[in-house]
Design a protein around this ligand. Structure first.
Ligand code: SAM
Length: 246
């Protein structure tokens, strides 16, 4: 199975734990401040990115959706509001993130969303169970990207669609300089102040740097068995939507 550079990028350099356990520990730790920092650091643009990603499913009108690495359920809640499916299942390895997500789902009074502890690399569902799978800012955190994508393909029904939303690096030199200042100076310092976890926001930058983005990610989707794959670049290239079908 192919391995990629970001598979080995970990939040805590001195920890001997595998990436998956470190990632779960880090998200447990920052979960109470995750939503606030997300909105604050993206100036709310992430909401537009999520909406555009979900719109890729409009024509499919999926009834059963799996949101992998669902975190605090933003994507699941938005999918429910935009697409009105019968059921959305969210899985995540961080109990802390799931707990916040469950509170939000309960508060919104949405019965069609269920959030479960679960690993993208060993998905606890039968093959061909879902019409669509979404992963927002999750694939970069997988310990084994190839294994995660194979599992997603397995649980999608034939004709089902995967939508991935993930950070990417801008190409324009002008945007690049602002971006690097933002990611290397502003984000880690804001993250340190508000989340009290400097590692989390240094890890964010390190994992984006190593992530196989753009055409490389499309190639990985193809090699994993997805077809009709395409990418949409968002906000001058700092984020991307990738789609593929089973
Ligand atoms: C940056 S957060 C994104 C959360 C949410 N999707 C969102 O859009 O805000 C990344 C999430 O991926 C989860 N995660 C990382 N590796 C995972 C895996 N192997 N299986 C399931 N979830 C995973 C983390 O626990 C974390 O909640």
């Amino acid at each position: 199975m192919a391995r990629f550079a970001h598979d080995t990028v970990v939040p805590y350099q001195h920890s001997v734990l595998p990436k998956k356990e470190q990632v779960a520990e880090m998200f447990d730790d920052i979960s109470p401040r995750y939503d606030f920092l997300n909105r604050f650091l993206s100036a709310g643009i992430d909401i537009q990115w999520r909406k555009k990603a979900i719109r890729q499913l409009n024509s499919l009108q999926p009834k059963f959706i799996l949101d992998v690495a669902c975190g605090t359920a933003d994507m699941a809640i938005m999918c429910w509001r935009e697409l009105h499916p019968e059921k959305i299942t969210g899985i995540d390895i961080s109990e802390g993130m799931l707990a916040i997500g469950r509170q939000k789902v309960h508060k919104a009074g949405i019965k069609a969303i269920e959030l479960l502890k679960g690993d993208s690399e060993a998905i606890n569902f039968e093959s061909n169970s879902f019409d669509a799978v979404t992963v927002a800012f999750g694939v970069r955190n997988f310990q084994n990207l190839q294994q995660g994508l194979s599992e997603i393909l397995r649980v999608l029904r034939p004709g089902g669609k995967l939508v991935v939303l993930e950070f990417s690096k801008p190409k324009s030199p002008l945007v690049k300089s602002f971006y690097y200042l933002y990611m290397k100076v502003i984000t880690p310092n804001m993250g340190k102040i508000f989340s009290k976890n400097r590692h989390a926001y240094e890890y964010l930058d390190a994992s984006i740097q190593k992530f196989p983005e753009g055409n490389t990610f499309l190639e990985i989707l193809k090699n994993s068995g997805f077809k009709n794959n395409y990418r949409k670049s968002l906000s001058l290239g700092i984020c991307s939507i990738y789609c593929g079908e089973k």
